[in-house]
Design a protein around this ligand. Structure first.
Ligand code: SAM
Length: 260
């Protein structure tokens, strides 16, 4: 299984990344967010999750294209995000990163609108209070660039454990997040954004494994020419694989978690 290695090195010329860009109708570019979407798409595709009748649950989906791509494969999707008023207060609506309904989740027309209506439901869910009615109901769960925004490092860790309850046995969870490349000691921890240190991720992985889950993770940060460039606010550069957040340089990391 090569995905975690290739993703860890952020090798953008690999077929899975090119295929992801084409499927998502995204211009090929060296962008962290695009890497996260392609990583999730490929991780679920490789693990045979993207077939009719599979049930998927997305958290903090914003306007990302993954919901519509999964529905176009015949998957039944519950796409969730935080309450609209709170999203506005936190700035997600103003930066076009919060959806109000199905149309916002299919902006690129990746899924036939009738199929989208039939297969996708949109619900308001706080990632810190996952409804019990979801427990044991899904083949896969995912989130992209979301669980670093739910309040604290501790809340992020709790979310990863709690969302596993939504999976059926044999299910797979794929989640991407912010990863601190500058320090394994200090980090940024604010209400709207945390950057996880390696030790935070290691603690999450240990807690997940203790519960009997199988975790795939690769911390390789990559040493290519694009990875040496650090984008700074207001973040309009290409490449945008590493970014400066306060005093820290951050990139993305992904976890693939199996429920046996
Ligand atoms: C950076 S945006 C990412 C959006 C989308 N996943 C993407 O990749 O474009 C962060 C998302 O997390 C959501 N979010 C933040 N806190 C949340 C919470 N407590 N519960 C649910 N969603 C939350 C926001 O509404 C927003 O959609």
């Amino acid at each position: 299984m090569l995905i975690s290695k290739l993703c860890g090195e952020k090798d953008f010329t690999t077929p899975w990344f090119v295929r992801g860009c084409i499927e998502l109708k995204e211009t090929f570019r060296y962008h962290r967010k695009l890497w996260e979407w392609c990583y999730i798409l490929e991780a679920l595709r490789e693990r045979s999750m993207l077939y009719p009748f599979r049930r998927g649950l997305g958290f903090g989906v914003g306007r990302e294209p993954l919901t519509s791509v999964f529905a176009s494969r015949g998957c039944e999707i519950v796409a969730t995000d935080m309450d609209a008023e709170k999203a506005k207060a936190q700035g997600w609506a103003d930066t076009n990163q919060h959806a109000l309904g199905l149309d916002d989740l299919n902006e690129k027309g990746l899924c036939n609108p009738n199929l989208m209506k039939r297969l996708v439901t949109y619900e308001t869910v706080d990632m810190n209070a996952i409804p019990e009615r979801y427990h044991g109901k899904f083949d896969f769960t995912w989130s992209s660039c979301s669980f670093e925004h739910i309040g604290s490092i501790e809340k992020g860790k709790r979310f990863l454990l709690e969302q596993m309850k939504c999976l059926r046995s044999g299910g797979v969870a794929v989640h991407t997040t912010e990863y601190n490349l500058s320090s394994n000691e200090d980090t940024l921890e604010a209400e709207v954004l945390v950057i996880f240190r390696k030790r935070d991720i290691e603690e999450m992985v240990a807690a997940l494994r203790q519960e009997g889950y199988l975790v795939e993770i690769d911390y390789t940060a990559g040493t290519g020419p694009f990875e040496s460039i650090v984008d700074v606010p207001p973040f309009h550069f290409n490449p945008h694989l590493r970014l400066q957040l306060g005093q820290y340089v951050s990139t993305s990391v992904g976890l693939i978690i199996h429920k046996p």
